[in-house]
Design a protein around this ligand. Structure first.
Ligand SMILES: C[S@@+](CC[C@H](N)C(=O)[O-])C[C@H]1O[C@@H](n2cnc3c(N)ncnc32)[C@H](O)[C@@H]1O
Length: 315
């Protein structure tokens, strides 16, 4: 789970670098994505407003595809953005939503999330397709789409440029590829906590960054992409390349959901953070112990603040 300065997007949980094997699907990162379902769902809940804003902006992009656009969510996870797309498409007269993932269990979860968002409306058709986004023949496996969205997925592929180029090949001429990568990782703690060393938040993000680098290094056939995502989109042959960013802002004092999400994220980090020193580990334990007076559950100064950056390019 690396926070990061370049690749990972703002969500907090879903970057394990564990090495257990998934059930049906195979991803290149060795991550068991079904096991991370609760984390993905929690991320989606915290990002609901962000996802709605992204859907609004992306579906409003000029498009040659006519009134009922085809929108694809590649690497949909628990389906938070699929749900936002479904709702936005329904509000704009309908369309077709294609949910793609390498992990079959997640396809069902994402489809259910999108169906729930439709709330009985039948103006949007929803399909699911199991596919490996790194496949050389991706464009043959998937229908052409007016908008192809991939959030925090391409950085799990061995060759991120090849993955970007492959996704661009699924875009209908005149349509758009949108990648959520980079952005600002979620922050949730004040600088000074009254225990441990100040600045824990920054060291946690650094540890998450190191975990991310390790995840990339452990992918078989991993190749570096020593430039930014706008360049990746340009090299994929797209034009009108730009980006926009949307804040996720849950201010202090936290609601119960935000509090729970912060605690879950820090718990996840505590389990996996190899790069933290013992003082910081002790501090985290004190923050996460429900029986301790230092428990985060008693604090009103925790929050969630991050930004999702969406890089777009037109075919
Ligand atoms: C970090 S999650 C992101 C989920 C969601 N897009 C979000 O931003 O919350 C990565 C997702 O990509 C999927 N994935 C990973 N490697 C993939 C591949 N090679 N092909 C297709 N999907 C893949 C995983 O199953 C998981 O659903």
């Amino acid at each position: 789970m690396g926070a990061h300065t370049h690749e990972q997007g703002q969500h907090s949980h879903a970057h394990s670098h564990g090495h257990s094997h998934g059930h049906g699907g195979h991803t290149h990162d060795g991550i068991d994505w079904t096991q991370l379902l609760d984390n993905l769902r929690r991320d989606d809940a915290m990002a609901a407003v962000t996802n709605a804003e992204i859907a609004r902006r992306l579906i409003a992009l000029p498009n040659d595809g006519g009134d009922r656009p085809t929108v694809m969510d590649a690497g949909a996870g628990a389906g938070g953005q699929s749900a936002a797309f479904a709702k936005e498409l329904a509000a704009r007269g309908g369309g077709r939503l294609v949910i793609v993932d390498a992990t079959p269990e997640l396809l069902d979860v994402a489809k259910e999330a999108a169906e729930r968002a439709l709330d009985g409306s039948d103006s949007v058709t929803i399909e699911t397709i199991q596919a490996d986004a790194a496949a050389a023949d991706l464009a043959e496996q998937l229908p052409a789409a007016d908008l192809v969205w991939a959030s925090r997925m391409v950085h799990h592929l061995p060759d991120q440029q090849a993955g970007t180029t492959g996704l661009a090949g699924v875009v209908r001429p005149g349509g758009w590829l949108a990648l959520a990568e980079g952005g600002l990782p979620i922050r949730c703690l004040p600088w000074e906590l009254g225990l441990g060393r100040p600045g824990l938040q920054d060291r946690l993000l650094a540890a998450r960054d190191a975990g991310f680098a390790q995840m990339r290094a452990d992918i078989e056939g991993s190749v570096p992409m020593p430039y930014g995502w706008n360049t990746a989109l340009s090299r994929a042959g797209l034009t009108d390349v730009t980006s926009f960013s949307v804040l996720t802002d849950h201010p202090a004092p936290p609601t119960d959901d935000v509090r729970e999400s912060v605690i879950a994220w820090l718990g996840f980090l505590r389990e996996r953070a190899v790069d933290l020193d013992d003082t910081d580990k002790t501090t985290l334990d004190a923050l996460l112990d429900p029986a301790a007076p230092t428990f985060l559950g008693h604090r009103d100064d925790i929050y969630m603040l991050g930004a999702t950056t969406v890089f777009i390019g037109r075919r």
